[in-house]
Design a binder for this molecule. Sequence first.
Ligand SMILES: [Zn+2]
Length: 247
Amino acid sequence: MFPDLERLIQLQQLDNAASDATRVVETIPSRIEALDVQLTAGAAAVDDANARLSDKKSERAAVEKRLGAVQTRLSRFREQLMAVKTNKEYTAMQHEIATADAAVQDHENTILEHMLELDDLTAAVTAANAALAASRADIEQTKAALQTERGELERTLAITAGERTTLTETIGAQAQALFERISRQRQGIAVVEARNGLCTLCNVRLRPQIFNQVLLNTELIQCDSCKRILYHDPSAKPAAATTVDAP
Ligand SMILES: [Zn+2]
């Protein structure tokens, strides 16, 4: 094989590996961000459960205060009942007492309901805290794994960059300039395999005489359509090795 072609194929392999690694590295911040969003949602659920519990406690405290006031009034009425002089006063006082008694009963029922609700809300706080703790442990572990993955990919990228520098020193200036120009213009892919008479990237059928030249791997031949440098892989499927008759 033409030495420059062979090195350009290797150069393309290094560039492909680097661009794959870079693509993955670039997804890591958004993956970490998504995990943080999950954590924030868990913390918000805990805050929400705590707020509902605390609202209900305030509500109960207000009812207890009202109950205390009614009970004070009730005992005052009972004392006053001893001091009434007329039947009319007695009946009126009895009526006040009955009303206050009903209010006491009412408030006590409400407090009972609140107690049941507080039990549920307390359980909800415990559950939200447990869910947050579990997901936090999980998320921290995933985040650590992502950081490790990023470190490994960055190491791979550094190694690949070093290999690229070493390799480019062995490539002819013209061949390298051609590679870099096509790579810039064609999304980082300058060298592709030709197989079964086709450019495997743009899928355009090559002129038979061009394809036959490509099969020899003895010079740099560009695809007529996408301008990428073509090569033939002798280890590819047998069909790829079939020559095409020149017209
Ligand atoms: Zn092409």
